[in-house]
Design a protein. Structure first.
Length: 240
């Protein structure tokens, strides 16, 4: 039995970890997740595990570089209009903003390559879902308008009923367009959400409110059961 819980309101792709991403009207979902999402990253070779990745926590200015995934290639535009590929010039640009020696994934390949075949670049799950209801609730708690880009969700779901909670989907399946997803876990948030994606101004109160009201959980991670295409306006059905 299927129950329609909402529809896709926004689609976001983030080809480079901690860079700004791109809004899409539609996207292809592969076995690992969204095609071209979280494909590349910068990292510190002297460290292990997730600690090795260089993010906006290390260099807040990373959020001002917009990344696009076009025909298998990474295209980056700086806030001043300069453009880069996934190459030594971009590495030099980001290295100039941090003392720690860094490198970038897949630099010597003809095409950028994902580091983890199943999960792509650097995160613990494939696809991140957020809802307009949770955005509204946190917005009311914080007392300011919220830009959904702070949360870097791949899909923003407009719910039919604001009382619905995406945490209740954990362990269940969703049908969206041609795709079926398995909702696996909450996304636990960090200080990055306190940064305005445009001005980079920080407000630590946001993270405190999220901790108090949401136990730092905002959005859910999902893995891919069935591949296909997802479009703006596609209905989101929960498989009962």
């Amino acid at each position: 039995m299927l129950s329609v819980v909402g529809e896709i309101q926004g689609i976001n792709r983030y080809p480079v970890k901690s860079f700004a991403g791109e809004k899409l009207e539609s996207c292809m979902i592969e076995p690992y997740g969204m095609l071209g999402d979280r494909f590349c990253s910068f990292y510190d070779e002297s460290k292990e595990g997730w600690r090795r990745y260089i993010t906006a926590r290390n260099i807040p200015n990373m959020l001002t570089y917009q990344a696009q995934f076009i025909d298998g290639q990474i295209h980056v535009t700086a806030s001043d209009g300069r453009t880069f590929g996934w190459d030594d010039n971009l590495l030099e640009e980001i290295q100039s903003q941090i003392k720690t020696p860094i490198t970038m994934s897949g630099l010597k390949a003809a095409h950028p390559q994902p580091e983890h075949p199943q999960l792509l670049s650097v995160d613990g799950a494939s696809i991140l879902l957020i809802t307009d209801a949770s955005l509204k609730k946190l917005e009311a708690t914080w007392g300011h308008s919220l830009d959904q880009r702070r949360f870097r969700g791949n899909f923003v779901i407009a719910l039919n009923d604001d009382s619905l909670f995406e945490g209740d989907w954990i362990g269940r399946r969703l049908n969206i367009g041609d795709v079926q997803l398995q909702v696996d876990s909450f996304c636990e948030r960090c200080v990055v959400i306190t940064m305005d994606p445009d001005s980079l101004q920080k407000d630590p109160v946001l993270l405190k409110k999220l901790h108090k009201e949401f136990d730092l959980h905002f959005g859910v991670y999902a893995s891919v059961i069935k591949t296909g295409e997802i479009r703006i306006g596609d209905k989101v059905e929960i498989v009962d």
